[in-house]
Design a protein around this ligand. Structure first.
Ligand code: HEC
Length: 359
């Protein structure tokens, strides 16, 4: 408004001079902002996270499942990374569009369990990192040099990323993981990966060609095991955990109800509804991390939505069955986790006092 009024009053040359001054002031302002010093709490958080990643998830052969599981256990447990992750972290590829903001970038929402247990550990680190202030996002950006474990067996990926060639290619050739931290609390709100970075690939990439995948997102292999195994806590929970079978079974019951109630039209990796902030419910571990939000959204009739993204209430029967199966799934998850906690305590006790092993 101000500008419009001034154009009427000023001569063309005075107007140009004024505009130039305004542009200069703006760009100087931006520069001053870009130079914002990195405060000690951010510097320290970034350094601790980077050092921990290099220790627990160092460079290894890209198909080394042992190294991957060691990394997963560390990050899923009480790690520095986890301690800094927001309750919902947005994750995905850096946009290929130049200067795309995070708002303009499609990302997936993850609870800390899902992201630290299945996504972040797919990368390996050397500890080298930079921290910079990005004025446009009003966040600090930590860039970690990273490489991707592209040669793991298919069941070790949370879903076949190669359903989308461009996605798989960026994963395979990743050079850097980007953590976006809020300036006040050093909380990681967004995490991305990219194949564009000033730093080189950390090790040569031997590309893996997969056939294009179109689902199902959960399948049974020739040995009768549910795949991707990683989504049934394989490598995180002990294989002898007696509740894993019921987690599997009750997830399948829940999935049947979600099909009945149209949830799978939208909440799957190929993102048919083009959600800009995708929520995945297509495997046990993905649904586990979202089960409380799922129950709440269905109880409040916010989900499902129609093709115009308008919420509608399910029929009474469908709502009842969906909620019951979600609650049953949640109960199995709780039992599985409690059993793990107990087993971990026993391991500690037997290490402290080997003569008193509690069976
Ligand atoms: C037409 C597509 C569509 C269908 C069908 C649909 N959803 Fe959603 N869902 C969305 C969108 C869009 C969001 C919002 C994502 C965001 O935060 O931007 C969402 C968000 C969610 C969330 C997380 C956010 C919240 O509200 O707590 C959950 C959980 C969820 N949906 C569960 C379900 C379940 C369960 C069903 C089936 C009963 C379902 N959805 C059906 C599109 C859909």
């Amino acid at each position: 408004m101000d500008v419009l009024i001034r154009t009427k009053l000023l001569s063309p040359s005075a107007w140009r001079a004024g505009l130039l001054a305004a542009v200069l002031a703006l760009s100087c302002g931006a520069q001053a902002q870009e130079k914002r010093a990195v405060p000690p709490n951010i510097e320290q958080a970034a350094a601790e996270i980077a050092a921990e990643l290099a220790r627990n998830c160092p460079l290894a052969p890209a198909g080394d499942v042992g190294a991957y599981n060691q990394c997963r256990q560390a990050l899923f447990g009480p790690s520095q990374l986890r301690a800094h992750v927001a309750p919902i972290v947005l994750w995905g590829r850096q946009s290929k569009k130049e200067n795309a903001t995070l708002r303009q970038t499609n990302l997936t929402q993850f609870a800390p369990d899902a992201w630290t247990g299945m996504y972040a550990p797919l990368f390996m680190f050397n500890g080298r990192h930079t921290v910079e202030w990005v004025a446009d996002e009003k966040m600090f950006l930590v860039r970690l040099e990273a490489a991707f474990r592209n040669r793991l067996p298919p069941g070790q990926f949370p879903y076949p990323f190669w359903h989308d060639e461009a996605k798989w290619s960026m994963y395979e050739n990743a050079r850097s993981m980007m953590l976006w931290m809020s300036p006040e609390t050093a909380t990681i709100k967004v995490a991305q990966f990219t194949d564009v970075a000033p730093t080189p690939l950390l090790q040569p990439v031997v590309a893996v060609q997969h056939e294009k995948y179109q689902g199902p997102w959960l399948w049974t292999d020739e040995k009768g095991h549910t795949q991707p195994a990683v989504t049934l806590f394989d490598g995180l929970y002990r294989p002898e955990n007696p509740y894993l079978g019921s987690v599997d079974k009750r997830y399948r019951d829940l999935a049947a109800q979600m099909r009945e109630s149209q949830c799978v039209n939208c909440h799957v990796p190929n993102n048919p509804d083009k959600m800009s902030r995708l929520v995945l419910l297509s495997t046990p571990a993905h649904a586990a991390a979202e089960v409380d939000r799922l129950i709440k959204a269905v109880r409040e009739d916010r989900m499902p939505m129609d093709e115009f993204r308008l919420s509608y209430a399910l029929s009474e029967d469908n709502k009842k069955w969906l909620l019951e199966s979600a609650l049953a799934f949640k109960a199995s998850l709780t039992a599985a986790r409690q059993w793990e906690d107990e087993a971990a305590k026993k391991t500690v006790q037997s290490a402290i006092n080997p003569s008193k092993v509690i069976k």
